[in-house]
Design a protein. Sequence first.
Length: 226
Amino acid sequence: MLRERSSQTISEFLKYLASHPEAEDNLPPLSELSRELGVGVSALREQLEVARALGLVEVKPRTGTRRKPYAFAPAVMQSLRYAIALNRDHFIAFADLRQHIESVYWREAVQQLTEEDRQLLRELVARAQKKLQNSPPEIPHPEHRELHIVIYQRLDNPFVIGLLQSYWDAYESVGLNFYADYNYLTEVWNYHQKMVEAICADDVEGGYKALVEHTDLLHQLITSSQ
């Protein structure tokens, strides 16, 4: 007998994804999955949409449905967007969480960076400073986001990475990527340069000190923008 209760459908569909490595290729048609899982097609379609919203699968015309590599950020952003829509102060709380995550994982993260990573960090600082020196100056937001992600990218923890990626998505959703006070941006990137110089010199604690001081600046920006 086919089951239509969505609580069971979610469990069975996600269990199918987790237990079938070959699902990285195209998934079977819904009618076939319905028979295999004992779940009604309509309920299965609904739960497929939930899985897609959570970033677990992708659905494309002609190519069909396939499982995606696991990432935590899509699920976080579904909830975070709603939280910010309810109350923008939720972004301040999430930014505080992100600040603590970066602080706690700093030492572990920077010790795992490769020479190629360090070179990329140098290039990002140089690119950002060039933008700030242009006439008129440009906001180096892409470089800001990438620099922070690169520092923590070697951590073998998809939940930490997902939370940090979600912070930057939320940062953009509230419009902070358009903040253009030149003195503020210059000061922030001076700290970024100190962080990168410390990383490249294997001065973990010096980089940590610059990180903490620079995140204090960001906290002032975020609270003043609400």
